[in-house]
Design a protein around this ligand. Structure first.
Ligand code: NAP
Length: 284
């Protein structure tokens, strides 16, 4: 049974997991650990956690969920594993997987660790951003599952299935490569779209009034936290640069077609890319 659950980083992802887990396992005690005393107090008020805790309490943990920025996770995970009992499991939910798997590959408690990335989120952060059902029908990418003790992975994966996730198994290298295209590039393109418009449209009222035109949905991710995203881009630098090169080449080609009045080309480019509708309908 997973009685004592510790969440390190009680923000959007940690908080949302806490809400769903508590609904499925009302008997569990959810302990919160966070850098921010304010966030811990908010999480208590919002009934996201039952009590505050500290790293020294982790020997009592059945499950620890590490949901802090990816650079902090790489730094903290070995120390968390040092404290865990033979029967405890530590799960990390960070958006990059290679560095975190690398840092614990020789750790004596490697079998007490499960690396995963729930593909779910919003552009908001902190415990106030936590919402129930965030993980319903979402994919959970699990890396190096064979390196986790079978009984521990089974308990955790049952729990994550119960809160609505379907598992996909991948090695950390493939995860980081694919996620650079699917998630990291989308964030950069949204940030740079926001920047381009802010620089050009000096009148904030104009931006506000015309935002409904597609700009608002495309720029949504530019509201995301730089504290969370900078370490992701740093850890996944090579893959992200590769996606940017491909993306910049496509933008340049589009611009050149416009310069040459090649509007058949422009039309065909968009027509071909409409195929995304079928791809996304097929998996929804
Ligand atoms: P968040 O809402 O900002 O929550 C992170 C919490 O951890 C904050 O309360 C933060 O406090 C705290 N924290 C930061 N460093 C810490 C440390 N060293 N020790 C203890 N607490 C610390 O972030 P999030 O969006 O939940 O992201 C958490 C993790 O989930 C990240 O690894 C991210 O890559 C991953 N993830 C995010 C998404 C998404 O869409 N957001 C999706 C999937 C996975 P302060 O704010 O005071 O620093």
């Amino acid at each position: 049974m997973m009685q004592n659950i510790y969440i390190i980083g009680i923000g959007l992802i940690g908080g949302s997991l806490a809400l769903d887990i508590k609904r499925k396992r009302p008997e569990a005690i959810i302990h919160g650990i966070d850098n921010s005393e304010d966030h811990l107090n908010q999480a208590l008020e919002l009934n996201i956690i039952d009590e505050k805790a500290a790293l020294d309490d982790l020997e009592k943990a059945d499950l620890v969920i590490l949901s802090i920025p990816v650079d902090a996770s790489v730094e903290l995970l070995p120390r968390v594993l040092d404290r865990i009992s033979d029967f405890g499991l530590v799960v990390d939910v960070g958006s990059t997987k290679l560095d975190i798997c690398e840092i614990v590959k020789e750790h004596p408690k490697r079998r007490n660790f499960l690396a995963m990335h729930p593909i779910a989120g919003t552009e908001f952060s902190g415990p106030k951003a936590a919402i129930p059902d965030l993980f319903q029908h979402k994919t959970n990418i699990v890396c190096e599952v064979e390196k986790t003790a079978f009984k521990l992975q089974e308990k955790a994966l049952n729990l994550f299935s119960e809160i609505g996730m379907r598992m996909r198994y991948m090695n950390p290298e493939s995860h980081d490569k694919h996620i650079a295209y699917m998630s990291h590039l989308s964030h950069i393109s949204s940030f740079m779209l926001g920047k381009t418009v802010i620089e050009k449209e000096k009148n904030e009222r104009d931006i506000f009034d015309m935002a409904g035109s597609g700009f608002e949905s495309t720029v949504r991710l530019a509201k995301s936290s730089p504290a969370m995203w900078t370490p992701i881009f740093k850890q996944n630098k090579e893959n992200v640069i590769e996606t940017l090169e491909d993306y910049i080449a496509n933008l340049t080609q589009f611009k050149e077609m416009m310069e040459k009045d090649d509007f058949d080309g422009v039309y065909n480019e968009m027509k071909d890319t409409n195929y995304i509708k079928q791809i996304l309908n097929g998996i929804s």
